[in-house]
Ligand binder design. Structure first.
Ligand code: DX5
Ligand code: ZN
Length: 235
């Protein structure tokens, strides 16, 4: 992961290709083993999906699971995606639990600018997420505060959905607008769709069901990273 000095005036980010398995697709009966499996696979970070049954129809898990990840693999970066109507009310809870990055939706019912600032002030990397239908321009005013921007490539709420190619032009537009920015994609990501997103300018790839279905997650992480590095050469 790149260096991040959130809370100060400079946010230093790396443009490396990064692969982030999403814990939502793990076997919850053996959660600690699944967290270790992600670390052993050489993944760059663990993606943690928090759903509040209001912003999205589904419920997932809360800060206790983030804390479990820190306890099991302290050095594995915890990238926490808040699919919540009021993420502003939970910044401290997730920061205390060990979130390394906290991503909020631009469509959330809170002061987005102030919430991103509060995340940075806690020493956590702030990130901004948009639904597939949200125009990319909506993100622009907040970019000075963002360590990463996440484009949902499915409608948020459930794992295992089909990738939406209509998001690709938004990735391309943001990469052209802000060349040195971490751009992440999430939803329906596999070898083929990750390469497609890399070609359009993404450099961080969240993969849930695809990664956890692999008999050898380490091999899949390496292969996805290779494919995306090759495809991403152009941007
Ligand atoms: C969906 C979540 C995703 C999800 C991705 O709302 O934000 O992170 O885990 O799952 P897959 O890779 O199965 O589409
Ligand atoms: Zn997610």
């Amino acid at each position: 992961m790149g260096l991040c000095k959130c809370g100060s005036s400079s946010i230093l980010v790396s443009m490396n290709v990064q692969i982030l398995p999403s814990l939502l697709a793990a076997d919850f009966g053996r959660l600690a083993d699944e967290i270790r499996r992600v670390a052993d696979a050489g993944a760059d970070a663990l993606h943690l999906d928090i759903m509040d049954a209001h912003f999205v129809p589904n419920l997932s898990f809360g800060p206790d699971v983030v804390e479990l990840c820190r306890r099991v693999c302290p050095s594995l970066f915890r990238d926490v995606h808040l699919m919540m109507t009021r993420p502003d009310l939970y910044v401290d809870r997730f920061a205390d639990a060990g979130a390394d990055a906290l991503l909020i939706h631009v469509e959330a019912d809170c002061d987005v600018w102030e919430t991103l600032r509060a995340i940075g002030q806690r020493g956590v990397r702030p990130g901004l997420v948009s639904r597939p239908q949200t125009p990319v321009e909506v993100l622009y005013p907040y970019l000075p505060l963002c360590g990463e921007v996440l484009f949902m490539t499915v409608n948020p709420g459930y794992g295992g959905q089909a990738f939406m190619p209509e998001v690709l032009p938004k990735i391309k537009a943001l990469r052209a607008h802000t060349p040195a920015l971490n751009i992440m994609v999430d939803g329906g990501i596999n070898f083929e769709t990750s390469a497609l997103c890399a070609e359009h300018g993404a450099n961080q790839f969240v993969a849930g069901s695809f990664m956890f279905q692999q008999p050898d997650m380490g091999e899949a992480v390496r292969r996805m990273r290779d494919l995306c590095e090759k495809q991403g050469n152009g941007f």
